[in-house]
Ligand binder design. Structure first.
Ligand SMILES: [Cu+2]
Length: 278
C-alpha cells in the first residue's frame, strides 16, 4: 500500500468532517476522530496500511454493486423492458462472479497473513516487561536481570488529578509504564484474576491477559511520547477505568528512571514482601 493511497484516504475522510483536527497528542484519541490513531510502530503502520487498502476495496465493491442495482432498476423495470428475457445460465458470467471474488480474497489474504506472522513472531528483545491485568488496574513487573527487580501498580487518575497533570481524563494513570525508544520490547501479558486485554492501538498491539497463561507480544518505536490504551476485554464493573499509559523516553532518560524507580518501588519487590511477612 503506497503512502499516496493512505494519504488519499485520510484526505477523503478529512473532507467529510472538516475541522476534526485536534491538538491532542499522537498517542491519544481526538474529538470527532474517525480514522485510526497515528501508528508509531512497524506493526501498527502495516495494520494501518492493510486497513486503508481494505477501505478502498470495500468502497469499490459497494459502488460497483450500487451501480449494478441502479442499472437494473432503470434498464429492466416493467415499463422499460415489458418482455423479460428467459435466460437462466451464462457460463462466462458464472465463472467471472466466482473467480473475481476469489482473486479479491487472495489479494487481501497475502498481506493479511504476512502481517499476522510479523506480529506473532517476537524478535530478539532488548527489554522484557510483564503486565498483569487486575480488577481494575495494571501491575508492571521489571525483571531483576535487566536492571529492574521491582514492580508497581498503575491506577487511573481522578478527573481533577488528570486535569492537574495536563493529561486526558480516563486515560491518565499515576505510574506509567516507562520504556526506551528504539529498543525492541517484549511484553508478557497475564491476568491476575479474570480475563483482561492489553491494547494500545498506536503500537498495533492487543493481547489477552488470561489467568494462568503467559501471553507475549512486542513493539518497538522511535517516537518518544505518551501512548494510551485501554483494557479491551469486558472484565467487570470498572472495566472502563483501568487505562494503560506507556511513556516512551530516550535510553538515557530510561536508565535514570530505572534508578529512581528501583528506590521508589523497592518496597514492592518479592524480597521486601517476604521480609515483611517474617
Ligand atoms: Cu480489564
Amino acid at each position: 500500500m503506497t503512502r499516496f493511497w493512505s494519504r488519499a484516504a485520510v484526505a477523503a475522510i478529512a473532507l467529510g468532517i472538516a475541522g476534526s483536527a485536534s491538538a491532542a497528542g499522537i498517542g491519544e484519541p481526538a474529538p470527532w476522530q474517525l480514522n485510526l490513531k497515528a501508528p508509531v510502530t512497524d506493526v501498527a503502520q502495516r495494520a494501518y496500511d492493510l486497513h486503508t487498502m481494505l477501505v478502498w476495496i470495500i468502497t469499490a465493491i459497494s459502488l460497483f454493486v450500487l451501480g449494478l442495482l441502479v442499472y437494473v432498476v432503470v434498464r429492466f423495470n416493467e415499463k422499460a423492458n415489458p418482455v423479460p428475457s428467459k435466460t437462466t445460465h451464462h457460463t462466462g458470467l458464472e465463472i467471472a462472479w466466482t473467480g473475481i471474488p476469489i482473486l479479491i480474497l487472495v489479494v487481501i489474504a497475502i498481506p493479511s497473513f504476512s502481517l499476522l506472522r510479523y506480529q506473532v513472531e517476537i524478535p530478539k528483545a532488548d527489554i522484557t516487561v510483564k503486565a498483569v491485568g487486575k480488577q481494575w488496574l495494571w501491575s508492571y513487573v521489571y525483571p531483576a536481570d535487566q536492571n529492574g527487580g521491582f514492580e508497581f501498580d498503575s491506577n487511573m487518575l481522578t478527573k481533577e488529578e488528570a486535569q492537574k497533570a495536563g493529561q486526558p481524563n480516563l486515560l491518565a494513570v499515576d505510574n506509567e509504564l516507562v520504556l526506551p525508544a528504539g529498543k525492541t520490547i517484549a511484553l508478557q501479558v497475564v491476568g491476575g484474576d479474570v480475563i483482561h486485554n492489553f491494547a494500545v492501538s498506536s503500537f498495533g498491539i492487543r493481547m489477552d491477559a488470561i489467568p494462568g497463561r503467559l501471553n507475549q507480544t512486542w513493539f518497538k518505536t522511535d517516537k518518544e511520547g505518551i501512548y494510551y490504551g485501554q483494557c479491551s476485554r469486558l472484565c467487570g464493573q470498572n472495566h472502563a477505568f483501568m487505562p494503560i499509559a506507556i511513556r516512551i523516553v530516550s535510553p538515557e532518560k530510561y536508565a535514570a528512571w530505572l534508578q529512581e524507580a528501583k528506590k521508589k518501588f523497592a518496597s514492592n519487590t518479592d524480597d521486601a514482601i517476604k521480609v515483611a511477612a517474617r
